[in-house]
Ligand binder design. Structure first.
Ligand SMILES: NC(=O)c1ccc[n+]([C@@H]2O[C@H](COP(=O)([O-])OP(=O)(O)OC[C@H]3O[C@@H](n4cnc5c(N)ncnc54)[C@H](OP(=O)(O)O)[C@@H]3O)[C@@H](O)[C@H]2O)c1
Length: 256
């Protein structure tokens, strides 16, 4: 499946300075199946030492500054991406940057909800919207669906599944802002999938597993390497049948 990345000329991942985003970049370049260009974004590239080190060793990594919650930053980054990809367009956008504002019913406030919504739901939509001309440019050159053509991967979470948070699975991780933001991201993914089907831009929401990152914490069962090996295998194998789905990192479909 990972061979598919060789047919992906240009891939972009947000929040690539640490956690799952950084691991995506590292696994792609070290795995021997790297896309032509990897556009790795960070809101503070100067501080992204590990990403900088990788970029020094692998000339197909291009670091771009991007705060996903700033429209000005999205527009600046889009111009830089366009310069990099030119007529090829953008084949794969991974909306990975995210935050977890922990708050239960006692502590939740409107500000906490809006902060989480802004980063996890609104920002991926606005970034995708800004990059659409480049995604459509890439899609216009291919047939079928997948990363050889154009794809938007929204990094979601099982915690965003409305259906799964019930019965025996309820009463854990009572995080109103995070859960609701990922449910909203799931719906945004479905809306995009409906709107972009004609253009051949594949859209999915993907759960990476519970992973040992700053967000996932030290007790999470999965390493970043294992999570991203599965995530990349799923992304590499995407076809028409996956369009508009919510997928688990092992590839099975999840209930919304
Ligand atoms: N880890 C898990 O168990 C798990 C499970 C399910 C889903 N996920 C999802 O997977 C994605 C990555 O999670 P992670 O575990 O790698 O989290 P992480 O270790 O906390 O890293 C989050 C990344 O998002 C970036 N980010 C946050 N706000 C941003 C903004 N406004 N603009 C640009 N970048 C921003 C961070 O950049 P800074 O360094 O600048 O803050 C960082 O690079 C998230 O969407 C998360 O919800 C994770």
């Amino acid at each position: 499946m990972n061979q598919a990345f060789r047919q992906c000329q240009n891939l972009m991942v947000t929040g690539a300075n640490r956690g799952l985003g950084l691991q995506i970049v590292e696994s792609l370049v070290l795995g021997g199946f790297s896309p032509g260009k990897i556009i790795a974004t960070a809101r503070n590239p100067e501080a992204a030492k590990e990403l900088q080190r990788l970029a020094e060793e692998h000339c197909n990594i291009h670091i771009i500054k991007l705060d996903v919650t700033s429209q000005e930053s999205i527009e600046k980054a889009t111009c830089e991406v366009e310069k990099l990809v030119q007529e090829e367009g953008l084949n794969c956008l991974i909306n990975n940057a995210g935050i977890n504002v922990v708050a239960d019913l006692d502590t939740v406030t409107a500000d906490k909800m809006l902060e989480n919504f802004h980063t996890n739901s609104v920002a991926p939509l606005m970034l995708t919207k800004a990059l659409l001309p480049l995604l459509k440019r890439a899609a216009a050159k291919g047939t079928g669906m997948g990363i050889h053509r154009a794809a938007v991967i929204n990094m979601s979470s099982l915690l965003g599944s409305v259906e799964l948070y019930w019965g025996v699975r309820a009463n854990t991780f009572k995080w109103y802002p995070y859960r609701a933001s990922k449910s909203a991201l799931n719906m945004i993914t479905r809306c995009l999938a409906v709107d972009l089907k004609e253009d051949g831009v594949l859209c999915i929401a993907l759960h990476p597993g519970w992973v040992r990152t700053d967000m996932g914490g030290p007790e999470a069962p999965l390493s970043t390497e294992d999570s991203i090996a599965s995530v990349l295998s799923v992304i590499g194998g995407l076809t028409e049948k996956d369009h508009g789905s919510f997928l688990h990192y092992a590839g099975k479909k999840l209930p919304w």
